[in-house]
Every structure is written in C-alpha cells, then in structure tokens.
Design a protein around this ligand. Sequence first.
Ligand SMILES: Cc1cc2nc3c(=O)[nH]c(=O)nc-3n(C[C@H](O)[C@H](O)[C@H](O)COP(=O)(O)OP(=O)(O)OC[C@H]3O[C@@H](n4cnc5c(N)ncnc54)[C@H](O)[C@@H]3O)c2cc1C
Length: 479
Amino acid sequence: MNAQNKIRLAPDLLDRFRAIVGPKGWTSDAETLAPHLREWRDLYTGSTPLLLKPASTEEVSAIVKLAAETKTRLVPQGGNTGLVGGGIPFDGNDEIILSLQRMNRVRALDPLNDTITVEAGCILQQVQQAAREAGRLFPLSIGSEGSCTIGGNLSTNAGGNAVLRYGNTRELALGLEVVLADGQVWNGLRGLRKDNTGYDLKDLFIGGEGTLGIITAAVMKLHPLPAAMATAFIAIPEPQAAIELLALGKAATGGQVTGCEMIPRIGLDFVLRHTPATADPIQGRHPWYLIMEFSSGRADGSIDATLEAVLAEGFEKGLVLDATIAQSEAQRAAFWKIREAMSGAQKPEGASIKTDIAVPVSQMPAFIARATRAVEDYLPGVRVVAFGHIGDGNIHFNPSQPEGWDREKFLDLWEPISDIIHAIAHEMQGTISAEHGVGRMKIDEIPRYKPAIEIEMMRRLKRVFDPDNILNPGKVVRP
Ligand SMILES: Cc1cc2nc3c(=O)[nH]c(=O)nc-3n(C[C@H](O)[C@H](O)[C@H](O)COP(=O)(O)OP(=O)(O)OC[C@H]3O[C@@H](n4cnc5c(N)ncnc54)[C@H](O)[C@@H]3O)c2cc1C
C-alpha cells in the first residue's frame, strides 16, 4: 500500500464504533494493543487505531454494518496464534481489529446428538474441557490449544495431531453462524449430519481466514471418549518405515490409529538440549522416530495387545529398530511433549525456515529424500528438521541455519530455500500450505501453484461476499 492509498479514520467514526461495544468492548491503549499487533513468530507486525471486542453477535453485526457503510477495513482476530500473518493488520492502513475473544460462551451441548454449540471466541481447550465434562471427546488437538479460539480454528481449518482419525476442523463442523460483509447475520447453526438442500455454504467460511465473513458461533461434532489409549515411541530406520507401520496399524485396529507423528533424530536432539524435563524415551541413537497412538472404546487391555502385535510384526519386517510403550498417562504425556516441543526447540538453534507442505502419504518418503538433498546441495551445512503429521501426508520441513551462521544472512535465503521445497511438493501433486493457510505470507505465492481457474473462482467469491473488500483485505486472495 503506497502513501496516497493510506486511510485515516476520522475520530468521530472511531467514536461511533466505540459506542456499539461500550466502554468494556474496545481499546486504543498501545500496551494492550501490542500483543494483537505481532505474529507469534515475530514475522509480521502491524498497527491499528482501535481494537473492538464485541460481546454478542448483534454487536458484531452492528460493527460490520457501520464498516460497510463507511468502507472501514476490519481484521478479525481470535487467539492470534495463526502462523501466516492472517490476523495481523497492515501497518499504517487504519484497519480495525475485531477480536472475538469476549464471545466465549458454550451455548448448548447435546450429548445424544453428539454436538456442542460454541461462540467463536471460546478457547479450544475450554471446548475440549466442556466436552469431557459431558463424557464426550472434542478431538481437535493442536500445540496452541491453550490460546487459539474455535473461530480461528474454523477460519484456518486447523489440523493437528488427531486428523488421521477425526479429520480436520472442517470435518468437525456441522453448522455456523456468520456475520456477512453487509452486517446481515446468517444463522446456519444446524446440528445435522445430513442436509443436501443446495450448496454447502459453511464450507466457504471454513478456511476463509476471515475474508468472506465473521464467524460468531458454530455447532461442532463430538465423539465418544476413548476408554483406552495405547501409545508407542518407536525408533525407525527411515520415513518409508513410518508409512508401512501406519498401514499395519490401520489394518490391525480397523481404523483406530489416532496419531502418527514422525520426529527426526536432529529434532529430538534439539528438544533434549533446549526443553526442560524431557528425556530420550529410547536408549541409543536412531535416525528417525515415530509416535503411534491407538484408541479404543474398550478398557480391557486389547488395544495394548494390538499395539504390541503391530510392533512385533514391524520388528520382524525391519520397520522397527526399537520401541517403548507408555505405561502411564505421565509417560504418554512425556512422548507427546517431545512432539509439541519440536517447533520451539528450533528457536535456540538460530533461524529456521518454516514450511507446511503435504503430499500423498505414499509419496512422503520420496519427498523428504528429494527435498533434503536439494536443500543441502543449495546450502551445505544446513540442518534439515522434517517432522510432524506423516500419517496425514503433512510435514513441517523446516531447515535450521548452519551452525555458526548469521541469523539474518540465513533468513535472507527464506525465499530461495522455500521455493526449492515448494517446487518439489508441487511436482509431487502436493500443496505448499497443508495446515496454516495463506494469510499475507503466501498470498502472492499461491497463484504460482494453483490453476488460474481456481484463483479466479476464489476472486469471484470474494467479490460476491465482500464487494468493498473490507474483510481482512490483502489476505488469501486479491479481488
Ligand atoms: C505452538 C503452535 C502450534 C500450532 N499447531 C498447529 C497445528 O498443529 N495445526 C494447525 O492447523 N495449526 C497450528 N497452529 C496454528 C494456529 O494455532 C491455528 O491456525 C489456529 O487455528 C488459529 O486460531 P486463532 O484463534 O489463534 O486464530 P488467529 O490467529 O487469531 O486468526 C487466524 C485467522 O483466522 C481469522 N479469524 C480468526 N477468528 C475469526 C472469526 N471468528 N471469524 C473469521 N475469521 C477469523 C483471522 O483473521 C486470521 O486470518 C499452531 C500455532 C502455534 C503458535
């Protein structure tokens, strides 16, 4: 945005927005605003004249109506844990932040319909807890669950560690309440598993990153609480073994594999070096590790026996080098702590270039081999850390800077290095953003990898739903 395009909001207009939410519902205080203006990894910062915190759908609707009337730009925000700069306003652009955090009520829970109706600002952990108290499972589980909100999860179609068994956020959503760009409220809070009465409109807002409407509430699916879990930390020789073990696990459990996460030795070393209260679950050094988790509705020990049988078969086939099964909830949590610490443990090792690619599960070993070779050829000494949701065909392939290198010098290579990785993923029928979305980070890169007709359909939708481009402009797609 160049200088003459910069927008300045008149003070009386700001007063009109403030009046909608009352004294508790806004702030312009620099210190309070600071955490809302900085992305979690410090990759993006922005500015705003005003942050609004409406307490009801009616207030959101009134805000958006006024924004539509005055062509004021709004940036919706939940927990601000997104990783592509989607919730950060542009600097000097006078975009108002619309935080949903005060809309955090559980509106209803219907155990026999297996649904929970929640407001967009509910923290994910709060939803998991409410479900658990009703003897149900809300299976969405991601590293940021203590801060991210359901509205943010829906808007980014968040994935996480249980996608393999329960699907991503899209598959957990049955109905939405959305405030449209003209301020009208669409109440689509239906708890139906079947409804073929035309286009599935909710799917447009899920993964829409706040560019088509403001999600204010949702009906989400619940599942039975598993009666037993069996979790193994497994040393494997190579990524191919991970997907072959996953196939064995799926066959043995009839589809009850709930987690399948891969960790490279270098990643485990980083975690052990930098994360307090972590320990190597397996003696000796092995090239790769897999956390594999099964769940069952029966607490009769059969799921442990199934896991043991899968590991024994894997051992015979050379897929397993060594393994340990969690004997307690504390041990299970210790395995998962290593997985959750992966991203943070790269930080003290210097700069790292983050990617979020997916390829078909069967192609993942070839992808890792090709991309590692290509990145190492480009920059000898680079330390490739490839970890994550291998069961979904999605890994974070995150090269760390060579030891002793200058941080900024390495970050200058973000584009060429991520280009190498993305080109290989694309060639293998993959995607460059499996979980995190597009936001402002990938808005100009996505058109290189998506067919032009897909970008054109996205543009048309944006123009129909938000003709004045007031909802999160400059994110996902340029109208
Ligand atoms: C440590 C860590 C681990 C993570 N692990 C995962 C993971 O495993 N899988 C994964 O998918 N993601 C992961 N993430 C990314 C992030 O947590 C998710 O994308 C999360 O869903 C974002 O929720 P939020 O409430 O923080 O949204 P925000 O960051 O506030 O917003 C994200 C986007 O949604 C829009 N938005 C927010 N609320 C609304 C609303 N009510 N209506 C319309 N638009 C809205 C914003 O404008 C923005 O574009 C991780 C992040 C961190 C920091």
